[in-house]
Write a protein that binds this ligand. Structure first.
Ligand code: GLY
Ligand code: GLY
Length: 307
């Protein structure tokens, strides 16, 4: 089986690291982690790691997950503050603990214990954008009292397709045929502190199973959590659907959601044979993604199908 890599647009800066890792025979999990560490360090990716957008109180809270398709083991962190490489912390949750997910203070305690790199993640640019957003979206009274205002009253302007997004994700099959997947994000910009999207939720934002393929989702995590999208698409593959059929069916599930905040979602599916299908709902333009398979020099950029 040839190795392959799929990355979404935010994951693009990590694709070369993933290609290098796969070419040198490293595992899919190593390649996922290597790629996402590059994304997390890059301040130009404004929704992941350093340079990522903060929550409503101006604090950067990161989330990440990783999953092994051979064993279905997984690790995740959510609302992690002050550590650059959320993906590595997520991987160590998987490798070293009996748990799948750690959040908040507990995740930070674990990150410190394993010697992860501590860092202030709020870049000058992200701070300036945040301050501008507060000025433009809060009333003069709220600004005068800030931050001693009920956050739930000033939260809704952040529910905008432009702010409620931003995830880097990769699905990789290594040379040995094993699949791995990972996601890293600083999440929906200016959201309520402690809000988790689908990125750290195994079965919502990510699911990888050597027997059937791999799935990852981006954009409005509240929707894919409600529909269990990544796990559902994997189950459709298990029942014999092609990547396209599984992706369309999962998006149909999302279309049937009623109430709550609804917006764009992109679902990336690769079947066991390595055929990718990526499609979105709620978007006018095709979301780009990157695809590489063994033998190619560089990854090629493709556009998701808009449904
Ligand atoms: N473009 C990826 C995301 O918004 O989640
Ligand atoms: N899909 C990313 C999020 O909901 O935060």
């Amino acid at each position: 089986m040839s190795a392959l890599i799929l990355a979404n647009v935010e994951g693009a800066v990590g694709v070369q690291a993933a290609i290098d890792a796969v070419r040198s025979g490293r595992s899919a999990l190593d390649a996922v982690e290597a790629a996402l560490r590059v994304v997390e360090s890059d301040p130009s990716v404004r929704s992941v790691g350093y340079g990522g957008a903060p929550n409503l109180l101006g604090e950067v809270e990161c989330a990440a997950s990783i999953m092994c398709g051979a064993t279905l083991r997984a690790g995740a962190v959510g609302a992690l503050r002050g550590y650059l490489h959320a993906i590595s912390v997520a991987r160590q949750v998987m490798e070293r603990t009996p748990h799948v997910m750690l959040v908040g203070e507990g995740a930070a305690m674990f990150a410190a214990e394993i010697g992860e790199q501590k860092r202030d993640l709020l870049s000058d640019e992200a701070r300036a954008d945040y301050e501008r957003w507060i000025r433009e979206h809060l009333s003069a009274d709220h600004i005068a009292e800030w931050p001693h205002v009920p956050l739930s009253r000033v939260l809704w302007p952040s529910a905008d397709p432009e702010t409620a997004k931003g995830t880097a994700c990769l699905l990789i099959r290594a040379k040995n045929g094993n699949w791995g997947g990972g996601i890293s994000t600083s999440g929906w910009a200016y959201r309520h502190p402690g809000r988790l999207g689908d990125s750290p939720i195994i079965g919502a934002g990510l699911y990888v199973d050597n027997r059937y393929g791999a799935v990852t989702c981006t954009h409005i995590g509240e929707m894919t959590i409600r529909a269990g999208t990544a796990r559902a698409a994997t189950a459709y593959l298990k029942r014999g659907a092609s990547a396209e059929e599984a992706c369309r069916e999962a998006l149909e599930d999302l279309r049937s959601l009623r109430g709550g905040y609804l917006g764009p979602v992109v679902v990336h599916v690769i079947d066991r044979q390595g055929n990718p299908f990526v499609a979105s709902i709620g978007m006018e333009d095709p979301e780009p993604f990157w695809f590489w398979w063994e033998g190619m020099e560089d990854a090629e950029c493709r556009g998701a199908v808009v449904l």
